[in-house]
Design a protein around this ligand. Structure first.
Ligand SMILES: *Cc1c(COP(=O)(O)O)cnc(C)c1O
Length: 230
C-alpha cells in the first residue's frame, strides 16, 4: 500500500470506530509517529497532508525538525530526560510524557525562557506494568494540584499506553479507565480549566481507544510503516 492508501485506510477505520461509538470524527486527531522512518519519509508524510508528527528521541528528532524547517506540529511521545528538555522546548508544541514534577518544573523553566507555553499530557500508567512510565491513577489529583504552580505548561489531557495484546478488545478497560479518570478529575474541579484531551491508541488498538474516547491517536507502524519506501 502507498502512503496515500494507508492514510485513506486509517481514516476509514477511524470513521467506522466513531460511527460505532456515536462520536464525531472531527474530535479525533491522528499523530503520525515517524520515529521509525527517515527525514525523507517524514517529509512525504507532511506532503501527504498530515500535520501532526510524533517522535520519541531528541537526538534523532531535533536534526529531523531542523532538516524540515520545523514544518508541521511536533509531539514528543517518549520518556523525556530533564537534561533534554532544553532541546525540545520551542520545537515540540506538545509533550505527551509528563510523568514527574521535576519534569514539569524544567519544562516550565525552559518554556518561560523561550517565551513559549508547552501543551502537555500527564502520562498515567493505568495498566500498572512495570515496563511503562507514568504516575498511577491515584496520584493524578495531587500531581495536577501541584503542577498548577507552573504557568508555562498547560496540562490539556491525559495519556496512556495499553499493554500489547493479541486481541485489542482486551485493552478496553485501560482506555476506559483513563477516560473515567479524566471525567472524575474534571468533576472535582482539580484544574482551573477542565482537562479535555485523551492521547491513547496506537496501531494495534486505536479503534478501541477511539470507542473509549481518544481525542489523539498515535500511529506509527500502520500509517507510516517501519522504514520501507513509500
Ligand atoms: C512508537 C510509539 C507509538 C506508535 O506505535 P505503533 O504501534 O507503531 O503505532 C505510539 N505511542 C508511543 C508512546 C510510542 O512510543
Amino acid at each position: 500500500m502507498s502512503l496515500k492508501e494507508r492514510i485513506q485506510h486509517v481514516e476509514e477505520r477511524i470513521w467506522a470506530a466513531c460511527d460505532r461509538s456515536g462520536r464525531n470524527p472531527g474530535e479525533v486527531t491522528v499523530i503520525a509517529v515517524t520515529k521509525y522512518v527517515t527525514t525523507e519519509m517524514t517529509r512525504s508524510v507532511l506532503e501527504s497532508g498530515i500535520t501532526h508528527l510524533g517522535e520519541n528521541r531528541p537526538g534523532v528528532a531535533v536534526p529531523k525538525w531542523e532538516a524540515l524547517g520545523g514544518q508541521g506540529v511536533w509531539h514528543f511521545i517518549g520518556h523525556l530526560q530533564s537534561r533534554k528538555v532544553k532541546d525540545v522546548v520551542g520545537k515540540f508544541q506538545y509533550i505527551h510524557s509528563l510523568d514527574r514534577l521535576s519534569l514539569a518544573q524544567e519544562l516550565d523553566k525552559r518554556a518561560a525562557a523561550a517565551g513559549a507555553t508547552v501543551n502537555v499530557f500527564l502520562q498515567v500508567n493505568v495498566s500498572g506494568e512495570t515496563s511503562k512510565q507514568g504516575i498511577t491513577p491515584g496520584e493524578a489529583e495531587a500531581f495536577l494540584r501541584e503542577a498548577e504552580q507552573y504557568p508555562h505548561i498547560r496540562i490539556i489531557g491525559l495519556m496512556t499506553m495499553a499493554p500489547e495484546e493479541e486481541d485489542p478488545e482486551r485493552t478496553r478497560p485501560v482506555f476506559r479507565r483513563l477516560r473515567e479518570l479524566r471525567d472524575e478529575l474534571n468533576a472535582k474541579g482539580v484544574t482551573k480549566e477542565p482537562i479535555t484531551e485523551l492521547s491513547m491508541g496506537m496501531s494495534g488498538d486505536f479503534e478501541v481507544a477511539i470507542e473509549e474516547g481518544a481525542t489523539w491517536v498515535r500511529l506509527g507502524t500502520l500509517l507510516v510503516g517501519k522504514g520501507e519506501e513509500t
